[in-house]
Design a protein around this ligand. Structure first.
Ligand code: NAI
Ligand code: 5RP
Length: 301
């Protein structure tokens, strides 16, 4: 299948790579020329504008957006719009708010698939988990592409109508915040508590058969191995927060109690106050690099 990929950063380049490895033809575009060049080296056909990308795709366009959520998605869709009709399919693989995805689907002539993507850049080799919303025919049409970008056929599914893919991903991120907070608190007690422990060894032991083993716990093990058992100069500043905020806002609207996710979100905001030194926040800061390659805030010497 021929696909256009727009946005070739940490995630989009992996999408393009995996599509190419899966035998698909990729036409690639990014505002950043160096990113387009990297995609070209990986076997994609470089495009120098969105018009160029659309012309190279011909009839029945399949286009995967992997740009930052918000204005970049709207700007890209505005430029794509004159080229799109009801035979075309647009996938938004970023962390867009689900309500914005519903509005965008209504505003375009193309079939719109909102695709929550989990796994982060660290899952380049294994593939992603994809949570997809939108018209069934468009999902079915793109199954070979989803097979290639996900871990395989079991790594993606249609969640329901448009909006549901990003809704499920939003809740996923709320759970991610809570799990990071729980691991952070446990390791903080171990770090500050009564025994002198090697936390990499604790994480490795837990990862081998313990009830609480998980990929995030493997990333804790990696963080202690690479930074040291005291996390070295990793600061207690945790960035991000938008997807967790949306999860809590939705819970308030639906009158569903999510105390643990709310606490994890407020811990994250609390990390930005002048008070310093929480081990749990330092581990959360380092874990966001582990899965998302988000920059690690480090303490000044
Ligand atoms: N990094 C992660 O762990 C994950 C990120 N996501 C989501 O995937 C999306 C992309 O994230 P990343 O790849 O991490 O971001 P990134 O910042 O690494 O890459 C974004 C790319 O989009 C390009 N871009 C920005 N505006 C553009 C425009 N108008 N037209 C064409 N290209 C444009 C940038 O030049 C950049 O190369 C975001 O919505 C993010 O929230 C989803 C799951 C995991
Ligand atoms: O979606 C992701 C992981 O699943 C991204 O890494 C996202 O950036 C995480 O959310 P936040 O930036 O709020 O920490």
């Amino acid at each position: 299948m021929q696909l256009g990929v727009i946005g070739l950063g940490r995630m989009g380049l992996i999408v393009a790579d995996r599509l190419i490895e899966g035998g698909h033809d990729v036409v690639a575009y990014d505002l950043d020329e160096a990113a387009v060049e990297r995609a070209g080296e990986a076997g994609a056909t470089p495009a120098d504008s969105i018009d160029d990308l659309a012309e190279r795709l011909g009839e029945e366009k399949r286009i995967w957006l992997m740009v930052p959520a918000g204005e970049a998605v709207d700007a890209t869709l505005a430029e794509l719009d004159p080229h799109l009709d009801s035979e075309d399919v647009v996938v938004d693989g970023g962390n867009s708010h689900f309500e914005r995805s519903v509005e965008r689907a209504e505003a375009t002539d193309a079939a719109y698939l909102d695709c929550g993507t989990s796994g982060g850049p660290a899952s380049a080799e294994a593939g992603f988990s994809l949570m997809i919303g939108g018209p069934r025919w468009a999902y079915n049409e793109l199954v070979p592409a989803f097979d290639a970008v996900a871990t395989g056929p079991a790594g993606h599914d249609r969640m329901g109508p448009v909006g549901s893919g990003h809704y499920v991903k939003m809740v996923h991120n709320g759970v991610e915040y809570a799990l990071m907070q729980a691991y952070g608190e446990g390791f903080e007690l171990l770090a500050e508590g009564r025994y002198d422990l090697d936390l990499e060894s604790v994480a490795r032991t837990w990862n081998n058969g313990a009830v609480i083993r998980s990929w995030l716990l493997e990333l804790c093990e990696e963080a202690f191995r690479e930074e040291g058992t005291d996390l070295g100069d990793v600061d207690d500043y945790v960035a991000g927060g938008s997807t967790g905020t949306w999860t809590v806002q939705e819970a308030l609207e639906q009158e569903i109690a999510l105390p643990i996710i709310y606490q994890a979100l407020s811990e994250r905001f609390g990390s930005r106050s002048p008070e310093e030194g929480r081990f749990s926040r330092r581990l959360a800061n380092r874990l966001r690099y582990g899965f998302g390659r988000h920059e690690v805030a480090r303490r000044e010497e």
